[in-house]
Ligand binder design. Structure first.
Ligand code: PLP
Length: 284
């Protein structure tokens, strides 16, 4: 696999960053994940805008322009012959060659790394045809979940808790209300109305969320952005999650309770179809 590190395209085994890099020592880094379908980037613009927002929120410099970023994404897709897959982009505050809580001086170069994952079958996914089983867990993450940082330890632990419980993923709960999934936004559907938590610092502002809600509105579906409990979701007709890496993923079970007839619901399946079709058509 060819990866990109600070201006160079290299075999992954030759890529190097400093052991003092603040991404490694302090999780002082942000990231983006963009999906690739038909060898093209899905919603590159949305991811580039959110990257800038995350960098600004942390007073981090932009490592390159948006046009350069697009070129790097496209070149990696080409070099690695990705037809369906994902591109990960990580930007850290870099390093001035030692460990210190205080940020290094502003002229310290950020570290930028991109790598691809080849995922044939990402769109026509067996997992999506089956639907996901989820469990609920406490949300004990920090208070700025709207910034897409690489602090992914708790979400990783959440996935492991789900796995140990025989489920696929976890939804997190804070002050009695569902925040989001470990790596996706959460929704349920009751009597034809789609319910999801409103945007705030408590959740990541999903690029897929924005697109799917727009498409749902265009399809005359009813949407309520409000807080909801896990009990409400368990009594729903259907549920689903959204993310750049899994698009729209039907949820068929919550904490051992089957939703509807225990198979992917019609609204989730319809939204997945619409999302794939429209985002493919708009891919760059
Ligand atoms: N929420 C969290 C915590 C995430 O990690 C992600 C994706 O990684 C999402 C939501 C979905 O965001 P997007 O649709 O931009 O992938």
């Amino acid at each position: 696999r060819t990866v990109y590190v600070n201006g160079e395209y290299l075999p992954e085994t030759d890529a190097k960053i400093s052991i003092f890099d603040r991404g490694f020592l302090m999780a002082d880094a942000v990231y983006e994940v963009t999906s690739v379908l038909d060898g093209k980037l899905i919603d590159f613009e949305g991811h580039a805008v959110r990257l800038k927002r995350s960098l600004d929120a942390l007073d981090m410099a932009e490592p390159c322009t948006k046009d350069e970023l697009l070129d790097i994404h496209r070149k990696l897709v080409e070099l690695n012959e990705i037809n369906e897959g994902l591109i990960y982009l990580q930007v850290t505050r870099g390093s001035d060659g030692d460990r210190d809580f205080v940020f290094p001086s502003e002229d310290t170069a950020p570290t930028i790394v991109l790598f691809t994952q080849n995922k044939p079958g990402l769109a026509d996914s067996p997992a999506a045809r089956k639907g996901a089983k989820i469990i609920s867990i406490d949300d004990i993450r920090w208070g700025r979940r709207d910034i897409k940082t690489v602090q992914l330890l708790y979400p990783s632990m959440g996935k492991m808790m789900a796995k140990k419980a025989g489920a696929d993923d976890a939804w997190m709960i804070e002050d009695g209300y569902v925040t989001e999934g470990t790596s996706n936004n959460a929704y349920f559907v009751k009597n034809g109305t789609i319910v999801t938590r409103p945007l705030s610092n408590d959740i990541l502002h999903g690029i897929t969320r924005k697109a799917v809600l727009r498409m749902a509105e265009e399809a005359q579906m009813k949407i309520e952005e409000r807080l909801f409990t896990i009990d409400e979701a368990k009594e729903a007709d259907e549920a689903f999650t959204t993310s750049a890496s899994a698009f729209v993923m039907p949820v068929v079970e919550i904490d051992g309770v089957a939703l509807g007839d225990g198979t992917p619901g019609p609204i989730a399946c319809r939204l997945r179809e619409i999302y794939l079709e429209e985002s493919r058509a708009a891919a760059v």
